[in-house]
Design a protein. Structure first.
Length: 76
């Protein structure tokens, strides 16, 4: 139920359904890795995690400053 709710949310926000095949493959690899400790499954799982980190990083949104702003501590 939650997965279909999330898909409808994606459709509402972006106007299309999200491709979840990567997440499905990562979940299957995780379950398989827990059972078999396969290196191939571990690599698939780690690649999915790296993709998530790159996708949702805020580093591209914020500009790094050299010095704090003029009113950084709230005093005028």
């Amino acid at each position: 139920m939650a997965a279909s709710r999330n898909q409808f949310h994606q459709y509402y926000i972006y106007g299309k359904f999200q491709d979840c095949s990567m997440y499905s493959k990562a979940m299957k690899s995780c379950i398989s890795y827990k059972a078999t400790k396969s290196i191939e499954d571990r690599d698939i799982m780690l690649e999915a995690l790296k993709t998530q980190e790159i996708k949702f990083t805020s580093a591209s949104v914020w500009e790094k400053r050299e010095n704090p702003g003029e009113y950084w501590n709230g005093k005028e």
